[in-house]
Write a protein that binds this ligand. Structure first.
Ligand code: MRU
Length: 344
């Protein structure tokens, strides 16, 4: 059974509430922009491309019943963009997607409010399809980096659940699995939200791809033992110089990979590149509730009153990245010129 992160039926955005996976498949129904904001903020839906497309549908939900004139509708779309962008700060795909909708609305120059509403609906649908196409292509492009018997290490969840379909790093793994013999995976459990053990393990199992699950702190040992040939991760925001924000723990993997002489790849659609951000230092890093660290699956795991850090992402400097796999091809260092070229 293929798992779908979201499905819009014209009235309601259906989201699998990822907090309950892999044990329960709960359909969370977003009927308003507030529902979508809340779903993104509380990580019922997560993963950079998935939250972008959800927000595009969120804009449509916010204008569906709008009554007023054309200019006020444009103003409303602008406000909805700002509102939905505030749900999570790090993944640029969220702002990218809402900007696509806003830019489209501004340039549409239609005659009436109803035509614009319909056009926005079609635009969100188009973005949903576009995400799948890009992700499939990322997988194809990335598969050329691998060969029979390779084992890839990955962190977090970058599969169907993190996108509309196919995933990013997951697509590279799956396309390679389809192409070569004996491809296998090592997945970090990815504390505290456990995207690796709860979500990636579920998707790899469904896809029939062999894998081992490890705790995050085993990564160094696994590399030292020669058990992996490459690291492949997703990205939440890539600066123009190639510095990349992704799930916290990615930076640690990149340093370990460099030390052990293992290639380290980032897989992401070009919509994850932020042309306004020069280096990783400028990327906002989300800090979530420390309770996510002091609790695990609903159970307290630290003494009362303990303070905890809960940074959700980290930044991997460009000099630790072997290549960035995008829908438009592979980008190698020096990244800055290559990235500028790919964006134009
Ligand atoms: O906090 P999350 O689960 O939204 O973080 C997700 C990641 O870090 C992914 O690696 C990234 O969004 C790319 S997924 C296609």
């Amino acid at each position: 059974m293929e798992i779908k992160s979201l499905n819009f039926d014209g009235e309601t955005l259906h989201i699998i509430d990822q907090r309950y996976l892999p044990f329960e498949f709960v359909d969370f129904q977003c009927k308003t922009e507030q529902d979508v904001w809340e779903a993104i903020n509380s990580m019922k839906i997560r993963g950079a491309p998935a939250i972008g497309v959800a927000a595009a549908f969120g804009i449509y939900l916010g204008i569906k019943n709008f009554e007023g004139n054309y200019n006020n509708l444009l103003h409303k779309i602008e406000n909805l963009k700002d509102y939905l962008d505030s749900a999570r700060p790090t993944a640029v795909n969220l702002q990218w997607a809402t900007q696509q909708v806003l830019g489209f609305a501004i340039n549409a120059q239609l005659n009436d409010v109803d035509s614009l509403k319909k056009a926005i609906f079609n635009k969100a649908k188009e973005m949903e399809i576009d995400d799948s196409k890009r992700n499939y292509q990322i997988g194809i492009n990335g598969s050329f980096l691998f060969k029979d018997n390779d084992t890839m290490m990955t962190i977090c969840n970058t599969g169907n659940l993190a996108t509309v379909r196919y995933g990013t790093a997951f697509s590279v793994i799956q396309r390679s699995f389809e192409k070569y013999k004996n491809i296998s995976v090592v997945v970090l459990e990815t504390r505290p939200y456990l995207q690796g053990s709860r979500l990636t393990a579920l998707e790899l199992k469904e896809a029939g791809i062999p894998f081992y699950l490890i705790t995050d702190n085993m990564s160094g040992l696994i590399m030292a033992k020669g058990l992996v040939n490459a690291i492949v991760t997703g990205a939440d925001r890539i600066a123009v110089n190639g510095d990349t924000a992704n799930k916290v723990g990615t930076y640690m993997l990149a340093i370990l990979a460099k030390y052990h002489n293992i290639p380290f790849y980032i897989a992401a659609p070009t919509s994850t590149i932020d042309p306004l951000i020069k280096s990783g230092k400028e990327i906002p890093i989300e800090e979530r509730n420390p309770d996510e660290v002091t609790y695990c699956v609903g159970k307290r795991i630290a003494p009362e009153g303990v303070k905890a850090f809960n940074f959700s992402f980290d930044v991997t400097p460009n000099n630790l990245i072997t290549a960035i796999i995008t829908d438009k091809g592979l980008i190698y260092p020096p990244f800055e010129n290559a990235i500028k070229k790919i964006l134009h």
